[in-house]
Design a protein around this ligand. Sequence first.
Ligand SMILES: O=C(O)CCC(=O)C(=O)O
Length: 298
Amino acid sequence: MADNAAINGQTRFRADSPPAPIADHIRRWGYAIVEDLVPAETMDRLAEEARPHIEASAPGRDGYDGRTTRRTGALIARCRTARHLVMHPLVLATVGEVLSAATTFQLHLTQIITIGPGETDQQLHRDQMAFDFYPFPADYHVQCNTMWALTDFTVENGATRIRPGTSALDDDEAEGVAVIQAEMAQGSVLFYDGKVLHGGGANDSATDRCGVNITYAVGWVRQEENQYLACPPEIARTLDDDLLRVMGYQQGAFALGYVGDQTDPLAALRGRDDKVRVVSDFADANASFRSFVEDLEA
Ligand SMILES: O=C(O)CCC(=O)C(=O)O
């Protein structure tokens, strides 16, 4: 079994940890684990809400998706309890720190990954490849992910495999880095960035390994799971504004995501016509906006 502690000193955070050291650990190692962030009962409730949808999900169509792995999305619409995981304050604060180079961040996908008995190791990969393999700079994080343990994660049942510290290494350099596995109890959460090499593990046990994969990306990229269709407007209108903003009902950055005549997307969903913010409202966002606005006003 991989020895996490031997590879780096601190891989486990308590649920009452502040976000800054967790974000620092993610920046250094590409991942962090927070133990017991929600009670097991919360995960049992979510498992119950998700059960019919998991049972109806087909196995993967190739070795990457996993031929005995089922992927079940649209969790905002299907599972009320998933909404609490999406909006968990420690998660939002940690993700916000990791993605702080961008004006906003948003939900990228919601998916229960059920790795069935007999599944083999998934190919290690970097999630940011979804952006058409665009070579983001090493210091620019485009996404930050969570994997919540819906069941216990063990080496035997396919706990997520990670090569720690490989976010800024190329594939050849990363080859020599030992793989660890994110063993954790139900209710714990694994954070990992979009650059670190990782993948699902082989399931050599007799039962399913279930993880709730909820990922976030900067506000200016396309979302992996289309939140506007995965959660239809009649359900979206019943949700809180804060959750809707994270789902993408907000300006992704200046000028991104308005409706019609520059209407704010959340206002449009609610049947109002409030306008989105103009560029000078972003003057505090970063130096580029500041200098643009100064020129505009000169
Ligand atoms: O299920 C896991 O542990 C990881 C899955 C994964 O990395 C993926 O499917 O992209």
